[in-house]
Design a binder for this molecule. Structure first.
Ligand code: SAM
Length: 262
């Protein structure tokens, strides 16, 4: 009887929480950066042919449609992307870098994913949806951020294979969480850009994980981390870089991926 009551209570509160979020977004959505209907853009990905998702040009356009965050400095010379700004799930990545990165991931049997520094969820949700679409065996994903983002909370409520945890990588709780955690096939580090913190995060997670991606390898401090990793770990891991640009001048963002050698 007590068990039944506990299950019913849990069911009740889960639904109160979901409908609370929906109501809040309905009333106050217009004042918020992230609107619930932004999720609708995910249908472009869900409805795509699997074979199309492996083509770079197709994926580049798709990522632009579903996830570009408005940042005029990063896209100044790509005016054709303007119509997509801030419509989708708001990812802070270059679509050309991210498309090549995802297509590379598609070659591996990735069943579990950890992202550290999800922000609003743009890169996390895009990666999870892409991996789930291509690999029916995909099992679980965990997103971590030190701040609370409503878009991540909503997504986790509606995707049974996803957990969202609010946690600071500098805390002892983070170390403990990783120690107790199951294995992950892939991790994406996009949290603090300080040299010490980024390297420390990698050192904490590396034993549990087969592939690790770093965002911003062309930006200061993370570039030093990436060089350090290249110097120290090239015997242990294969290294790949995704650094296509959206501007004629300057070098921005960049994704570095390391894959444990068998
Ligand atoms: C650039 S944003 C992430 C963007 C997202 N990955 C994307 O591409 O759409 C960086 C995020 O890292 C989080 N962050 C920074 N330092 C952190 C830390 N020490 N622990 C956990 N999260 C952190 C920030 O709160 C922020 O949301």
């Amino acid at each position: 009887m007590n068990k039944l009551l506990a299950v019913l209570t849990q069911f009740f509160w889960k639904h109160v929480k979901i409908y609370g979020i929906l109501l809040d977004n309905l009333i106050f959505g217009r004042y918020k950066k992230f609107k619930l209907y932004n999720f609708v853009f995910l249908n472009y990905l869900r409805k795509s042919e699997k074979s199309h998702l492996l083509k770079e040009d197709y994926l580049y356009k798709l990522i632009s449609q579903i996830s570009l965050h408005f940042n005029p400095n990063f896209y100044a010379e790509f005016s054709f992307l303007k119509k997509y700004f801030s419509t989708g799930i708001l990812m802070l990545q270059y679509p050309n870098q991210f498309a090549k990165y995802l297509i590379t991931l598609s070659k591996y049997n990735i069943k579990s994913y950890l992202e550290i520094g999800t922000g609003l969820g743009g890169s996390f949700i895009t990666t999870v949806e892409y991996l789930m679409k291509l690999n029916p065996e995909f099992q679980y994903a965990i997103g971590i951020d030190r701040l609370h983002y409503i878009s991540m909370q909503i997504y986790a409520q509606f995707n049974d294979r996803v957990d969202y945890i609010i946690m600071d990588t500098r805390s002892s709780a983070f170390k403990e969480f990783i120690r107790k955690c199951p294995h992950f096939d892939l991790a994406f580090i996009d949290s603090s850009k300080s040299y010490e913190e980024c390297l420390r995060t990698f050192e904490i997670i590396k034993t549990n994980i087969k592939m690790v991606a770093f965002h911003d390898i062309l930006q200061k401090e993370v570039d030093a981390v990436w060089n350090h990793i290249k110097d120290l770990y090239s015997n242990e891991y294969s290294l790949l870089e995704f650094t296509d640009q959206c501007l004629k001048r300057g070098q921005y963002l960049g994704i570095g991926l390391i894959i444990k050698k068998e």
